[in-house]
Design a protein around this ligand. Structure first.
Ligand code: EPZ
Length: 422
């Protein structure tokens, strides 16, 4: 397993280009199960989660080509086996996104329950209840979701008790094929959901309200896209580079940024005192470090609130602020796995349930750490870059699941980062 060795407190300089959005690319790749002809994509990021998704689709019978240099992917949807096996879904919970397309297109699916992960139990009950309401028979047996549709799926009004990103995405797939109108209440408003809705609209499906809490979808005839579909930039990678610029006290130009989708993240960093200049409607962000940062309070919320996927990164930056900062993690019940690791560098962080308190400014000293989940590993990298001396972060495959060669991008800006085999 690879580890990252980082010698901290090296000032960075230059510009970094943001890769394609992981959480847009994944639902886009699964959407190919809905089509009858090949579909192409561009700007696909080089991530383990992309590899896992392509292998999962291949297991179902699909063929794919992935040119990692150009970021182009072509998928030939030729489904023979409507099963998303545990082997793949245990590595990537987003494998649940095979459920909607298989039920919609083929009226049957056998999809492994994702199982929990480091950040929480991550149930999929909302997905299953919604499918049942639309006429699917859904059971869970020996770790698998078994779904079948005796006749055509019927549009219905589905109310999500909590906002669910992939739950909303699964219903967009199913609503596109169901008879009549499907209404999703308390729908997720994330940009990734809007991007999927826009893709389906461009393929002939009538959808209104994407980006609001009520989405209406009319089942129709889906036309296969003829042009390659470009994956937009990753908003969480963009936010992670703001975190890195602040941690290393470096002026960095972030290009191909998703600044327009980060209002609450920009607000939080500016409230700490960081200077962030936006150009070209947020597609370029220039981050300018300051001498002093103020403590802040942040709550994670569904979009357009502060994203839970930036919680770990900003928690590391709170070590740089004067006074006591507060973080409340409202989305996942166990998303502070990075705190124990940050404490190993000397961070003064205490947690009480979903509340974290951070005392600052606290100088950090490098130490060995262990990554536990994707965004926690990003937080450990931020802290190691901030710390005096050497850190070694093990199990860095967590980082490689969701960041496209972050170590190489850091090296280009002058960071002292080395990937080592452990
Ligand atoms: C998506 O996960 C993202 N993953 C996550 O990003 C992100 O953290 C999360 O949304 C929240 O924004 C992808 O898009 C591939 P949810 P998802 O369903 O859809 C509860 C990353 O770092 N819930 O919105 O799985 C759930 O337990 C990843 O890229 C149920 O109780 O999350 C959680 O508390 C990590 N029952 C809350 O809702 C359900 O059926 C939100 O979960 C579904 C969800």
């Amino acid at each position: 397993m690879d580890a990252l060795q980082i010698i901290g407190q090296k000032p960075l300089s230059g510009s970094v280009s943001i890769s394609g959005s992981k959480n847009t690319a994944l639902p886009f790749l699964f959407s190919t199960l809905l089509f009858d002809k090949p579909v192409s994509f561009s700007n696909i990021p080089r991530l383990w989660d992309i590899e896992t998704t392509l292998k999962l689709l291949q297991d179902m019978g699909c063929a794919y080509e992935w040119n990692k240099e150009t970021g182009k992917v072509q998928i030939v949807p030729q489904v023979k086996n409507k099963t998303a096996s545990y082997d793949w879904v245990k590595r990537m919970r987003a494998g649940i996104l095979a459920l909607g397309p298989l039920v919609a297109k083929f009226g049957e699916a056998k999809v492994s329950l994702p199982g929990g992960c480091a950040i929480g139990a991550r149930p999929v009950n909302f997905h299953l209840e919604a499918l049942r309401k639309m006429g699917a028979q859904v059971e869970v047996d020996q770790g698998y979701i078994l779904a079948s549709v005796p006749s055509r799926l019927k549009g219905a009004t589905l109310v999500f008790p909590e906002v669910s990103v992939t739950g909303t995405e699964n219903l967009l797939y199913v609503g596109a094929f169901a008879e009549g109108e499907t209404v999703i209440e308390n729908a997720a408003k994330e940009p990734e959901v809007v991007a999927l809705a826009n893709l389906l609209q461009e393929c002939g499906i009538q959808i209104e309200g994407a980006g609001t809490s009520q989405i209406k979808i009319k089942g129709g005839n889906l036309k296969t896209p003829t042009e390659a579909i470009r994956i937009p930039s990753d908003r969480i990678e963009t936010g992670t580079w703001i975190s890195i610029a602040m941690a290393t006290q470096s002026e960095i130009l972030i290009e191909n940024a998703a600044g327009a989708e980060l209002a609450k993240v920009l607000k939080a960093y500016r409230a700490m005192g960081l200077k962030i200049e936006e150009e070209n409607l947020g597609s370029s962000l220039r981050v300018v470090p300051q001498d002093r940062y103020e403590a802040i309070s942040v709550e994670t919320e569904p979009y357009p609130g502060f994203p839970t996927d930036m919680q770990a990164q900003v928690l590391a930056n709170m070590c740089q602020a004067q006074g006591t900062s507060h973080m409340r993690e409202n989305i996942f019940e166990n998303r502070y796995m990075h705190v124990a690791e940050l404490r190993r560098l000397g961070a003064k962080i205490s947690t009480d349930g979903n509340l974290a308190r951070v005392e600052g400014p606290t100088p950090l000293k490098g130490a060995p750490m262990m990554a536990t989940d994707l965004r926690a590993s990003a937080s450990l990298v931020v802290a190691a870059l901030m710390a005096q001396g050497t850190s070694v972060i093990s199990r860095i495959y967590h980082l490689d699941r969701g960041y496209d060669h972050l170590d190489q991008k850091l090296q280009k800006l002058g960071a002292c980062v080395t990937r080592i085999a452990q």
